[in-house]
Design a protein around this ligand. Sequence first.
Ligand code: HEC
Length: 227
Amino acid sequence: MYGRLPGSPRRSIRDSTLPRHTRRSQEVAASPARDIVAGPTRSNAAPWIRYHRGVPIRRRPLIVLLVIAIVMFAALQLFPPERTNPPVDPSLTIQAHVPVPADVAAILERSCGDCHSNETRWPWYSYVAPASWLLAYDVREARDEMNFSEWGDYDDEDASHLLEEACELVQEGEMPLPPYTWLHPGAKPSEADVERLCAWTEEAREAIASRAPAGESGAETHGGAHP
Ligand code: HEC
């Protein structure tokens, strides 16, 4: 089948039961007549193409490359990245530290949660290298920068700063990372989502700011309660 050119007759001399060398001489002998009757055949269409076991020799480098590519792709799969979802301590989540209304929680979960929390829903391509490495790397970096599941580890200043950045980056379309939204169109925040998110980050930052002096005044009240 490799040797048959488009338009060449089904009933080919290759199918003959005669030994190879006999077929070859027959082929040569038969070709001028077939030229007229059945159009070009392997033997006369492009006489400069040489064949080895029915495969054109010029194609062989391509086949070799393809095989190498397949073997390398398979080898990559032997080094899967770590897909971790560290346990979530409910007392450390963002909900435990900042008021997060349900609609905002839904946006955060849908658009950010796969990278910025310990509750990543690892997609199917996270099991296929090299995409798996890129995603695992992004998740690690993202959790390092901001992790909704470990929000309790941030001081008020860091928390406020992250909220400010979150609104800015989403407004600018930098978060969620664009390659992620290409693969997960549903995670792309709508304009309404962006507005809601930014309104919430404002409120949340105010809540944090009004809480900071509360710590001091708490100490004052404590001190004032004694005399
Ligand atoms: C596909 C993974 C992914 C998603 C989804 C994602 N991020 Fe990120 N995010 C990252 C990575 C990676 C970083 C760290 C590297 C960087 O800044 O580009 C980051 C960094 C951040 C930072 C810290 C930036 C800084 O410089 O301090 C904020 C804030 C942030 N993201 C907000 C969000 C918000 C809000 C969403 C959801 C609307 C979101 N991200 C969705 C991957 C993601």
